[in-house]
Ligand binder design. Structure first.
Ligand SMILES: NC(=O)C1=CN([C@@H]2O[C@H](COP(=O)(O)OP(=O)(O)OC[C@H]3O[C@@H](n4cnc5c(N)ncnc54)[C@H](O)[C@@H]3O)[C@@H](O)[C@H]2O)C=CC1
Ligand SMILES: O=C(O)CCC(=O)C(=O)O
Length: 530
């Protein structure tokens, strides 16, 4: 049974799939402190958060069986991603579910600041009928500068056109072609700051975007600009903004987010009549909360059930066309890694993976993660290593990873070859997917074989002489170990050879030693592939 902790208020309807799952128990405990979370997180496999819970390294350290942290929303700045990656905890988000809602909130804020809605409301409900103080401006024919033309920025731009605005956009990934398609002007931050009447930011908070609008931008800013921030506090320098408002450079500002949330009672925004604020409500609609909770619940279930998942934040995304090619090889890759690790004596110094055939044409990094997971799991334990942290753990242990690609494959459409080098030796295992037969190990060291990668295997190296197979079979039979299949590989008659036996149960150590002591036998190893 998997245990999932929901530590922020998250839509009940959205998490229904998790609640209904027979293999999952969901505990809703919003509003716990870090200490309280540290005390209980050890019993949970997954955690679902919005933006309030700060998922710190301490919490993850205490989350001994935590596999996934699901963020019902976009920004993951409340989650210590580095700590998650180090511990192999997958962090996923729900990037699409709140796009429109946040875009609409941006418009609500832009119109509210253009027409002084909150200020006028307060006076009116206070009994004053003041029609002189709130002269607004139209959006029509104004330049709207958009910093960050991702999901939300692009939706804002689309709607702003309907208001008759001219849109100037900046995003490091915005090309001329896309700008043209969106019907916007590709600009720089400086262009926007000097020319826009309204400006809205829709970037994540990164070292690069932190205070991207600060004192020096306010110095050259078009007088009378109105600024909206429904993305992240800190993108616009709060202190510099207040100064610019006071100097009359900025006519009004609308902020949904703060550098520190909630803001202190004496935060200068809260007493400035030209700055309107909401308490991080960008994503707060029934629809968005349902959407993000559904998205994140589905992916959490996939992860807990060891199924393919999407929207991992601490792993690069895999394009669908690449995933189609690689996915069938994930399991084989992990088993090849595990096989090679069990084969190799001594501390592993280098993992070389050769991809040949169609596989060589795509970005194989996701498959490499599985292979490295297979290699490291043998030594570190499969609980410790997953596809999120496998590369990181290898690097931490100074294991060099070499990737080679051969665009043609001699005998197979696709071939994955994993070689491990330790101080003592270099060993090799290769595998492929055979149509109609599934995954097969087709080479061990220099020997061609045809072995289904699974279960309990015994690998025997011996001299190719008559009678050996019989002797091994008899010894196993005498010890009540049933042989399911057997494969022999050799390069030349009478030379060195290997035998791979698939057996129905684990082989006692003393039986393995007895096999190794048989005449003309050099070595016998048990290899377990789950
Ligand atoms: N107020 C709220 O409740 C909500 C806030 N957000 C926040 O809104 C922001 C945008 O979200 P999405 O559009 O979904 O993200 P997105 O990832 O689709 O778009 C972000 C864009 O910012 C661009 N960018 C990165 N660095 C930049 C820079 N230096 N200058 C200009 N552009 C830069 C990226 O290239 C990307 O296109 C995020 O910070 C997110 O956390 C999202 C949802 C709700
Ligand atoms: O969960 C929320 O309400 C915050 C949404 C947000 O900021 C995000 O998705 O980045």
């Amino acid at each position: 049974m998997f245990k999932v902790l929901v530590s922020d208020p998250i839509s009940d309807l959205g998490i229904q799939k998790l609640v209904d799952a027979e293999d999952v128990v969901v505990d809703k405990k919003p509003g716990l402190s870090e200490d309280e979370l540290v005390a209980i997180i050890g019993e949970y496999d997954a955690m679902l958060v919005r933006s309030q819970t700060r998922v710190t390294a301490r919490i993850m350290e205490a989350g001994k069986q935590l596999k996934v942290v699901g963020r019902a929303g976009v920004g993951v700045d409340n989650i210590d991603l580095e700590a998650a990656t180090q511990r192999g905890i997958i962090v996923i988000n729900a990037p699409d579910g709140n796009t429109i809602t946040t875009c609409e909130h941006t418009f609500a804020m832009m119109m509210a600041v253009a027409r002084h809605i909150p200020q006028a409301y307060l006076k009116t409900v206070g009994g004053e009928w003041d029609r002189k103080s709130f002269l607004g401006v139209e959006l029509r024919n104004k330049i709207l500068g958009v910093l960050g033309m991702g999901r939300i920025g692009s939706e804002v731009a689309k709607r702003a056109k309907a208001f008759g605005m001219e849109i100037w956009g900046y995003d490091p990934f915005l090309t001329e072609e896309r700008a043209e398609k969106l019907g916007i002007r590709l600009s720089s931050v400086d262009d926007i700051v000097r020319n826009a009447d309204f400006m809205t930011v829709h970037t994540p908070l990164t070292p690069e975007t932190r205070h991207i609008i600060g004192a020096s931008q306010f110095e050259v800013m078009k007088k009378g600009m109105r600024i909206v921030n429904c993305a992240r506090g800190g993108i616009i320098d709060e202190i510099a903004l207040v100064a610019a408002v006071d100097k009359g450079i900025v006519a009004g500002a609308a902020f949904d987010v703060f550098e520190s949330e909630p803001p202190a009672a004496d935060h200068p925004f809260l007493s400035n009549p030209k700055i309107i604020v909401t308490p991080h409500l960008g994503a707060s609609t029934v629809e968005a909360q349902e959407n993000v909770a559904i998205d994140v619940s589905e992916q959490v279930l996939n992860i807990l059930r060891d199924k393919p998942f999407s929207n991992a934040v601490n792993m690069p995304p895999i394009p669908a066309n690449v995933l189609n090619i690689l996915q069938p090889y994930f399991n084989l890759g992990e088993k090849l890694g595990s096989f090679a690790a069990q084969l190799t004596e001594g501390a592993i110094q280098e993992i070389t993976v050769n991809y040949s055939g169609e596989l060589a044409e795509v970005d194989t990094q996701p498959l490499t993660r599985y292979i490295v997971r297979g290699v490291l799991s043998h030594h570190l334990g499969s609980e410790m290593v997953n596809v999120v942290n496998s590369m990181h753990l290898a690097k931490e242990r100074s294991v060099n990873i070499v990737i080679q690609k051969s665009h043609t494959s001699r005998d197979f459409t696709n071939l994955v070859t994993v070689s491990l080098r330790s101080k003592q030796e270099e060993r090799l295992v290769a595998g492929t997917l055979l149509t109609g037969y599934g995954p097969r190990i087709v080479q061990i060291d220099k020997f061609p074989v045809d072995v289904a990668p699974g279960g309990n295997l015994i690998l025997v190296s011996h001299n190719d002489k008559p009678g050996i197979i019989g002797r091994v079979g008899t010894l196993l039979g005498t010890n009540d170990v049933n042989i399911a299949t057997m494969q022999v590989g050799r390069k030349i008659i009478g030379g060195a050879a290997i035998m791979v036996l698939s057996v129905d149960k684990a082989v006692p150590k003393d039986v393995l030693s007895q096999i190794a002591e048989l005449p003309d036998l050099n070595n016998a190893k048990e290899i377990i592939l789950y």
